[in-house]
Design a protein around this ligand. Structure first.
Ligand code: ADP
Ligand code: MG
Length: 483
């Protein structure tokens, strides 16, 4: 039995990637390879420049707050968080500190882990700007201001998570919300998600609801992958357990996750915490959020992963497992939805996705959006099998050829010469002809000698293996019994 229980609170930063421009300037909000090619004078804080709030970013922040069941503020305003760092040309970050989005009522998120629904309370959600990025070399550091001013949503949870598995499941759930809501690609490979992980240990026999029972926390800064979050939490639980077991005390400090050594490293003590001297940003007038706008935003919340999952299970009859696999990645789910709209059978299309397409994407390391086979082509392929034009085994060969050779399914089927003959009007005359030519064998057949396979073989020979075997057998039976 473990003596300690871990309490984990996350500060999840997610770049809002779906606005056209940055949060306070007219520079494009899109990732650029070339450093410093996407920077406006506002992002650089040139004298005389003034910020203009991106309405779309505010709309997305409000939408996120609705999905997270937070209350919305009547007024919106920003504050300055003052500190100097080379990635922050203004000398302050424009953020929301004292009045973040929930105005009173905290939010709550339900996520799933191993089939169990768990809850995390949301402490706050706020809109701010991203800083520039720093690239460190052995003797120099380069600053790329392209990222300066990209809108960022920060979500702060209560310490309601208890393990690395819970934290990662929660983050995956949040990523899915941002993706489905059209707020962000939320791609950690592109650095769009970064987390600070707060973690403490408490006596497992005590009540977690009473915060006086909580242990001292450490804060691990800037963990930028879900794998990193998992490893950092496990490492930190182990480190703190060891301190406590040896009768020591955990110090309240800020640490950093070191990917290479797989450890957390001391950065600074919380005692010398920086005083950011927050004050209201005077260059952005406080603005009112109208009820009409809120209603409009609420009505426009798109179907989320959990809604789609429910639909797949209840309306399409998919298994919980398959539904979960399909909704996990919005792009996969979008593909699936398109296949259904194109007339695909829901169960059949789900089978194709989970058993063949996902495996192929994994193997070839491509995204479903780069797959040559479009949802419409998938439906076409499925129809060919349904209509008996090709066998289901052949359809798989066709699939791989379509993807490899980037050709339409019909063209591939033609090139492979595998069209199955399942037209009665073609097959019946052939059957009759074969039977006429071997009247003696029909007699033998009646006496019990098995010559049926011989007849099937003759038809296959004539059609070069393209006759539908089931239909051929059926026609043979019918014609023999007529004689
Ligand atoms: P700060 O401003 O110093 O970062 P906050 O009060 O804003 O502190 O809390 C930051 C995060 O730390 C929140 O996610 C919160 O849930 C978490 N947290 C607070 N106390 C603890 C604790 N004892 N153990 C684990 N996490 C904690
Ligand atoms: Mg913090």
């Amino acid at each position: 039995m473990t003596k300690y229980k871990a309490l984990i609170g996350l500060e999840m930063h997610c770049e809002v990637s779906e606005t056209k421009t940055k949060v306070f300037s007219a520079a494009e909000n899109s990732y650029k390879e070339t450093p410093n090619c996407n920077v406006s004078p506002v992002d650089m804080a040139f004298p005389g420049t003034l910020p203009v709030v991106n309405k779309e970013a505010v709309r997305m922040a409000l939408m996120a707050s609705m999905i997270l069941k937070c209350s919305q503020p009547e007024y919106f305003y920003f504050e300055r968080k003052n500190y100097y760092y080379p990635d922050l040309p203004k000398g302050f970050q424009t953020t929301q500190e004292t009045k973040p989005i929930p105005s009173g009522i905290y939010g709550e998120v339900e996520y799933e882990l191993d089939g169990e629904i768990k809850k995390v309370r949301v402490n706050n959600l706020h809109l701010e700007e991203d800083a520039a990025s720093l690239d460190h070399y052995s003797r120099t550091s380069n600053i790329d201001y392209n990222r300066a001013g990209v809108p960022l949503l920060e979500l702060v949870t209560e310490p309601d998570l208890h393990s690395a598995d819970e934290a990662v499941a929660f983050l995956e759930h949040m990523r899915s919300i941002y993706q489905y809501a059209g707020i962000s690609e939320a791609d950690s490979k592109k650095g769009q998600i970064r987390c600070d992980v707060n973690i403490s240990l408490m006596d497992a026999s005590k009540d977690e609801k009473d915060s006086s029972n909580w242990g001292t926390r450490t804060e691990i800064k800037n963990v930028n992958s879900f794998g990193g979050v998992r490893d950092a939490i496990n490492y930190e639980i182990e480190r703190q357990t060891e301190i406590l077991e040896n009768g020591g005390v955990v110090e309240q400090e800020t640490r950093r996750w070191d990917e290479e050594s797989g450890t957390t490293i001391y950065m600074r003590s919380k005692v010398d915490a920086i005083d950011y001297k927050y004050f209201v940003e005077p260059n952005i007038p406080k603005f009112k959020i109208s009820q009409e706008w809120l209603d409009e935003i609420r009505a426009s919340i798109p179907e989320l992963a959990m809604d789609r999952k429910k639909k797949y299970i209840e309306e399409y009859g998919l298994s919980d497992y398959d539904a979960k696999i399909i909704v996990k990645d919005k792009k996969i789910s979008d593909y699936y939805e398109e296949a259904i709209v194109a007339g695909g059978n829901p169960k059949g299309a789900a089978n194709w996705l989970t058993s063949i397409i996902l495996g192929h994407l994994n193997k070839t390391e491509i995204e479903i959006t780069d797959l040559y086979l479009t949802p419409t082509m998938l439906v076409e392929l499925m129809k060919m099998v349904e209509d008996g034009k090709i066998s289901s085994k052949q359809s798989k060969d066709v699939f791989y050829k379509v993807c490899e050779e980037k050709k339409e399914p019909k063209a591939v089927v033609k090139a492979l010469g595998i069209t199955k003959i399942s037209d009665e009007n073609i097959l019946r005359p052939m059957v009759i002809e074969v039977l006429e030519a071997h009247l003696d064998l029909i007699e033998e057949h009646r006496k019990g000698r098995n010559v049926f396979d011989f007849f099937v073989g003759q038809i296959m020979k004539q059609t070069r293996g393209q006759a539908d075997p089931t239909l051929t057998a059926k026609l043979l039976n019918e014609e023999i019994s007529k004689r």
